[in-house]
Design a protein around this ligand. Structure first.
Ligand code: MG
Ligand code: MG
Length: 269
């Protein structure tokens, strides 16, 4: 069932979104060779709790940490570990979620550790841009797969990247994962209408080569079958009558959406 939010409820999701945004900003600054993913996890939990919020991943279906940290050929759902010390050139994806007053925010970034290979930096850039292309298609009156199609086109036009097809975006609200599932590929003009009050996490995952993935024995970590490196970006958006409002972006998505000729919804806060 799709949960449609009131403007007041979207405002509360914005509060959760900003906690996630601030936490990821702290983590981005902390990423450096020599730090462990467990260190980053502890920093994330402190930051979220200091903001009066609750980490949504911790305990989710038994997940043991506040963030997912996925390094190199790990795509998503990696578990922070004291022994996983970051090295120069690593590609690190961090996925973070927080709850404020029962409302969720969910966002992910991929960052290079120190200097990364140019082709890996380019993959990260393509992945992030494909996410924004998806938000630029998240327009009231459109259909769900307009987003999927926009993401796919933004990746396919840029090289031989794999688009991971086993995972995707999702509705979000009083639960982290709600209907509908948001594919990162497909034909436009299908699926549910993009109506004001629909809130979605859009999260492309791409790889340097093959799109096939498998789950490790820890029951969480998803890696590429061919060992190719992966990137993952995610933001939470609210569809409003005035356009998309990217709740986990500091500026609501205004600057990036403007590059696509789309006006982000203007809201106080
Ligand atoms: Mg996430
Ligand atoms: Mg998500």
């Amino acid at each position: 069932m799709i949960q449609i939010k009131t403007e007041d409820e979207i405002g509360r999701m914005r509060a959760a979104g900003l906690v996630v945004q601030q936490t990821l900003a702290v983590l981005r600054d902390a990423v450096a060779p020599g730090i462990s993913t467990a260190d980053l996890d502890a920093l994330a939990e402190r930051t979220i709790r200091a903001a009066g919020a609750v980490p949504s991943f911790k305990g989710y279906r038994g997940f043991p940490a506040t963030i997912c940290t996925s390094v190199n050929d790990e795509v998503v759902h990696g578990i922070p570990d004291r022994g996983a010390v970051l090295r120069e050139g690593d590609v690190l994806s961090v996925d973070c979620g927080a709850i404020v007053d029962g409302w969720h925010g969910d966002s992910a970034i991929t960052v290079g550790v120190g200097e990364v290979a140019p082709e890996h930096a380019e993959m990260m850039r393509v992945c992030e841009e494909s996410m924004w292309a998806g938000f630029a298609a998240a327009l009231p009156g459109g259909r769900l797969t307009d987003i999927s199609h926009a993401v796919e086109v933004a990746v396919r036009g840029r090289g031989g990247y794999g688009i991971v097809d086993h995972y995707g975006g999702h509705g979000i609200g009083t639960e982290m994962h709600q209907d509908p599932h948001v594919l990162n590929f497909g034909r436009p003009g299908r699926g549910p209408r993009l109506v004001p009050g629909l809130c979605l996490a859009i999260e492309p995952m791409i790889t340097m080569a093959g799109a096939d993935t498998r789950e490790l024995d820890d029951g969480w970590t998803v890696v590429t079958v061919d060992g190719s490196l992966a990137a993952h970006f995610e933001h939470t958006v609210a569809i409003t009558k005035d356009g998309p409002w990217v709740l986990t972006a500091a500026d609501g998505g205004a600057a990036k959406l403007a590059e696509y000729g789309v006006r982000a919804a203007v809201h106080a806060g």
